[in-house]
Design a protein around this ligand. Structure first.
Ligand code: ASP
Ligand code: MG
Length: 588
């Protein structure tokens, strides 16, 4: 028998008719010969309604009582769905999170799953029962053995489902929802956005703002770590939906399902070179010209970074493999001769990267990486961050030392450390999907001292307040007083807290100041094939140039290219980039 975990969301269970329809669906899946574990959310908007009830009593409800309250929502749906199944002649039994053996940490309202004690579920499966389990909740072991009901955080029943699939080693975890699956971009903005047949968990995590609306990122993280095949599809039809794939396949260890170390691996890529173009004109089309020239010349570019511009000139920095440096340099020279500007380059560099799904949403990880490097006296030449990876370009001679200190800091074993990874071309598309993030602001810290530890102290100051930075760019250009600028984007919500914390930090740095840039959006194109394809960046920049859109900042990581542009062009840009990669229905 094949074991499937199927999860049904609140909308799919929004009324008695819908509960009956879901029961029918489960029945026919059972009749195909599958063993079934079903995970459900609360009916419709129940969780919001319960929260609202509490808020009419107090603005500070105790977290424990909130969990008691919210957990009831899922208890309603498990019992009703179970009754509906039994009524159809499908023997079923409901279990709360506690009864299902879902053990979590004790943090009420945001508990992470530690382990699932599957004995009871396995026994019931042997009796051929369909098991209906309350999502979003579990139990802490409690101090002195007193168990407490916990909840995982809003949207958490996706996480319950995938964790159960991992613990039971199910064939697949199917998430039934009210959308057909994961789309190539936001269909409210791009009319011909289409359903993806498949996407890797890493790509999904990088497309955070696009993906999070469809699936709880913690669920994707678990699927990625334990190699669970995850399918997202609509409850209303019988179409295939989107399959999320992953290469990783860890064994569930004592560390717990969601409590693995946030950093999974460390890589060192040697023989890298940096080319920096400075004082080039700041106008639409320059980045496009540059990266088209490079790809026409056969150069495969890795990281690209464009700092915020001074009045009307720009700096663009990028990395290539050392053996491509001369060619790349020659291509740049050609262009500089016509547009103006200066060019400099440096060999003997190494790229160090840490990766792991757990990096997402934990700003302390990047900051401890920078801190560890600066404690070892290593200067960071370039930084590239993404949702699941942080890379630093450093001097080659510091490479081995960096590997040791970073490996020790994150307690990685030999198997988790790779020197010069060989990435085979996996024939994946260079761009799979595009996300528009309207929730960011652009901040620059001007005139910071150019010495090891500066970027790290900015990041750690913010990390202490749990504020994540994105798209960090250190300018190449030094001011007359030898200082530099560091720019980044952060969530609008974090604006005032971030400014407050940074003001205090820079009070020690003479002449340094904080500036907020114009209103911006962040557009990210993501694809696993990107590192193997020449010219992807050039195409993105050309798409923007075609609409006469100026790029304020560029930052890339291995499978993602992000451009920061003025807010007013966000939707045009999204449409243009989407169609330039032929991602839409009927795009030619
Ligand atoms: N009922 C919970 C919520 O609304 C959990 C979920 O639906 O995933 O957040
Ligand atoms: Mg949901």
């Amino acid at each position: 028998m094949t074991l499937l975990v199927q999860k049904f969301g609140g909308t799919s269970l929004g009324s008695i008719e819908r509960i009956k329809a879901v029961a029918q669906k489960i029945k026919s899946s059972k009749e195909k010969g599958n063993d079934l574990v079903v995970v459900v959310s609360a009916m419709g908007h129940t969780t919001d309604e319960l929260t609202n009830l509490a808020s009419q009593i107090t603005i500070h409800p105790p977290h424990r009582e909130m969990d008691m309250l919210l957990a009831t929502g899922e208890q309603v749906s498990i019992s009703l769905l179970t009754m509906a199944l039994n009524e159809l002649g499908t023997p079923a039994i409901s279990l709360t999170g506690t009864q299902a053996g879902i053990i979590t940490e004790s943090a009420h309202g945001r508990a992470r799953i530690l382990e699932i004690r599957t004995d009871r579920i396995k026994n019931l499966l042997e009796q051929s029962k369909t098991i209906v389990i309350a999502g979003f909740q579990g139990t802490s072991l409690g101090i002195g053995g007193i168990a407490e009901i916990t909840t995982l955080g809003r949207g958490g029943s996706d996480t319950s489902a995938v964790a159960l699939a991992a613990a039971l080693e199910a064939e697949k975890c199917e998430i039934y929802t009210d959308v057909p699956g994961v789309l190539t971009t936001d269909p409210r903005i791009v009319k011909n956005a289409q359903l993806m047949k498949s996407i890797s968990c890493d790509e999904m995590l990088e497309l955070a703002s696009l993906g999070a609306a469809v699936l709880h990122p913690r669920a994707v993280e678990i699927a990625r770590n334990f190699g669970v095949t995850l399918v997202v599809k609509s409850s209303w039809d019988n179409l295939d939906g989107t399959t999320l794939t992953s290469k990783k396949n860890h064994i569930i260890s004592k560390g717990g399902i969601e409590h693995r170390s946030p950093v999974d691996g460390l890589e060192l890529l040697e023989h890298q070179a940096v080319i920096a173009l400075s004082n080039i004109p700041d106008r639409p089309g320059i980045a496009a010209d540059l990266f088209e020239t490079l790809s026409a010349g056969g150069v495969n570019v890795d990281l690209i970074i464009q700092a915020t511009h001074q009045i009307n000139s720009n700096d663009i920095t990028f990395t290539v493999a050392e053996n491509e440096l001369d060619n790349a340099h020659a291509q740049c020279k050609k262009l500089i001769n016509t547009i103006g500007g200066e060019i400099s380059s440096q060999k003997n560099l190494t790229k160090l990267s840490i990766y792991g799904a757990g990096i997402m949403g934990r700003p302390g990880i990047a900051s401890s990486l920078f801190q560890t490097l600066s404690d070892s006296g290593i200067n960071i030449r370039l930084i590239a961050t993404s949702e699941v990876k942080v890379s630093c370009v450093i001097d080659a001679e510091s490479g081995k030392k960096a590997l040791r200190s970073v490996g020790d800091f994150f307690k990685l074993n030999d198997k988790q450390v790779t020197l010069n990874p060989i990435n085979e071309n996996n024939k994946e598309p260079e761009v799979r999907g595009i996300a528009l993030d309207k929730d960011q602001i652009q901040v620059s810290v001007k005139n910071v001292p150019d010495k090891p530890g500066t970027a790290s102290s900015i990041c750690s100051t913010l990390a202490e307040k749990n504020i994540s930075l994105d798209t960090i760019v250190q300018s190449e250009r030094k001011h007359k007083d030898k200082t530099k600028d560091i720019s980044f984007t952060l969530k609008k919500n974090d604006r005032s807290e971030a400014k407050f914390a940074l003001e205090e930090l820079i009070s020690d740095w003479k002449g340094s100041k904080i500036e907020e840039g114009n209103a911006i959006v962040r557009i990210s194109a993501v694809g696993s094939g990107m590192p193997f394809t020449k010219g992807t960046a050039g195409k993105i920049f050309r798409a923007l140039a075609n609409q006469n859109i100026n790029i304020e900042m560029i930052a890339t990581s291995e499978i993602r290219t992000t451009c920061i542009i003025s807010e007013k062009y966000g939707e045009i840009a999204l449409n243009e980039i989407h169609s330039c990669f032929h991602l839409g229905k009927n795009d030619i």
